[in-house]
Write a protein that binds this ligand. Structure first.
Ligand code: G4P
Length: 195
């Protein structure tokens, strides 16, 4: 169900720009410059949508998801773990979980990884990220969480592009998906919200 968060919608309308290929540029408050007060407002909204007692940790992925996840972690006093896009030389091989993520936007396949030390069997985790487009990153996170024998309790996104298939695919898997803004179209240089 679409549940657009009015302060975010106002900001997208004011500062968002449509780029070619169905890309929304929101560098001034999501992907480059960050506004901590506004990040906290969005974290509070996530905190209304996901009961904090239902999860133990927050998981995200490099790079833009981290700030959003940390704000929610600060608010709920929970640890935040981010999946890495490069295998760290310091990570013990025996602890490492990996999976492949294909990016349609960049047309590349990346290996993302996570240490078993930080997501343990039986833990309940909430995934937070900035964009939901094709959902490949989210699917990769689900794979890592399952490999760790942990439980995914939900996925929260700042902006969902509902004209791409990610949200539909995740919801078909009975995943609790919440997006603070759903964009139905970026055609004709116009931001059209999902209703
Ligand atoms: P998917 O993860 O949903 O499958 O999406 P896709 O492969 O299409 O997206 C790849 C990257 O592009 C992701 O960031 C995603 O957040 C970002 N992205 C997708 N659509 C948009 C958009 O309309 N606007 C902006 N600004 N970004 C978009 P990334 O490169 O993996 O990570 P990061 O380092 O930027 O966080």
């Amino acid at each position: 169900m679409v549940n657009n968060f009015p302060p975010l919608i106002a900001r997208i309308k004011q500062e968002g720009k449509c780029l070619a290929g169905g890309v929304l540029k929101v560098d001034s408050f999501v992907n480059h410059q960050l506004d901590p007060d506004f990040l906290m407002l969005m974290a509070e909204e996530f905190n209304h949508r996901f009961v904090p007692q239902s999860y133990d940790k927050i998981i995200t992925i490099e790079a833009s998801g981290i700030a959003h996840a940390v704000m929610l972690g600060y608010l709920t006093n929970k640890k935040v773990v981010f999946a890495k896009k490069k295998k760290p030389s310091t990570m013990d091989q025996s602890h490492m979980l990996t999976t492949e993520v294909y990016s349609f936007t960049k047309n590349i396949t990346q290996h993302i990884c996570l240490s078993r030390e930080f997501i343990r069997a039986g833990e309940r985790v909430l995934f937070i990220d900035d964009f939901l487009a094709n959902g490949k990153a989210a699917q990769g996170i689900l794979d890592l969480v399952q490999q760790a024998q942990a439980t995914l309790v939900g996925m929260g996104f700042i902006i969902e592009k509902s004209f791409q298939d990610g949200g539909k695919n995740l919801r078909q898997q009975q995943i609790h998906v919440e997006s603070l803004a759903s964009i139905a179209s970026l055609d004709n240089n116009t931001i059209t919200l999902a209703q």
